[in-house]
Ligand binder design. Sequence first.
Ligand SMILES: Nc1nc2c(c(=O)[nH]1)N[C@H]1C(S)=C(S)[C@@H](COP(=O)(O)O)O[C@H]1N2
Ligand SMILES: [Mo]
Length: 420
Amino acid sequence: MKNNFLFEHQELTRRYFLRLGVVGAATMGFWPLSGAPGDPGPEASGNHLAPPDLEPYFTPQDKFRDVSRGKPLPHSLPDDKKREVGLTRETWKLEVISDPDRPASIRNPLTKKDGTALDFPGLLKLGEKHSVRFAKSMTCLNIGCPLGTGIWEGVPLRELVWLTQPRENLRRVFYHGYHNDDPQQMFRSSLPIDRVLEDPFDLPPVILCYKLNGQWLESERGGPVRMVVPEAYGFKSIKWLTRILLTNLYHANDTYADGNNDVDSALKTFAATLSVPGNVKPNQPIPITGYAQVGISGLSKVQIWIQSNAAQRPPRDKYFATAPWTDAQILPPPKHWGALADERILKSTIGFDPATGQPLAWPMRLTRVHWAALLPGLPPGEYTLRSRTIDGKGVAQPLPRPFQKSGHSAIESVDITVKA
Ligand SMILES: Nc1nc2c(c(=O)[nH]1)N[C@H]1C(S)=C(S)[C@@H](COP(=O)(O)O)O[C@H]1N2
Ligand SMILES: [Mo]
């Protein structure tokens, strides 16, 4: 069970390709079809792609890619220091106060000074009544490929806002985590109060997260408590959360804004390949697999297109809108989700059927899917394979905002050589 995702990917793609009659695929140096039960195992020849570093569908906490700032990194502090500064479940404290510069009127701030700050047992107490969990890929706006996908669990942020008894002049919320008590190191993010109090378009709520994949949120992932904003890129999901400010400021004041990032951008839909054969023979079908991130606009199709590098491309078609794209097969949900100690977790997860633990819709927004395709054989030559997505509304990638600083949504291209 070590590599559930790889196994699922192998099984799903194997069945897909077998249905299409690609019996030779396993001997073409196509890694997902080797290593499965009954297979001769990966070939020793040097000319195929190294298998990508795959994880289960849900990523174990320690297999997430880490995007953390700080000197030293807060999660690397020794245990006694963590205890001292509130980075353990025993010592964690959260303040929820009015912004002194742009005050919101609140009756009941939660402060350390008054002994009213929220502690971990207090958060769990709220969780008994209000906790939710949902699946989400964490993606860095500046990296593009997901850092990991998990089931995030916690208490909706609005429950804390209500505890402060807000009255007037509350337009936004901003929040930050432990930053070595050095203002220069503060990593801050913000949201309109509307997004906190209501969940538009059936999105899950913004949460104070304390569990990931059914286990306590580890220090490296931002434990004991981090913010998780379902539809947002990673920079909104502040780790080692220590303070929330309710403000009358009317605009974003995120740390990420200083890096020229679009701080209101939601998760984009895009496709990428995971495997192409390393050695493509002329006139033999070409099996391809990949994944797609399912952004806020959903996913209806993954499409691919291979073109000879010798062919002329029409001018002024930067996003290849006129190319003869063909549909790839979006693979069904895996049978085993991986990383969850107990798959019953899925039965109480937003977006899953409480009776069966299966997703209510597929592809599932804010996560990812896998896909496979079989390209017809080609004459020898150099080719470019491209993959793209069509979102839930029928709009082709790169969607209305093709800017890197709004999050990666570019059309991927891969070089393929066909030779005897
Ligand atoms: N306190 C704090 N929170 C933070 C960061 C940080 O440096 N400090 N990095 C952010 C960024 S840019 C990203 S992409 C995500 C990454 O989450 P992960 O490390 O759990 O994968 O955390 C966010 N939360
Ligand atoms: Mo990020």
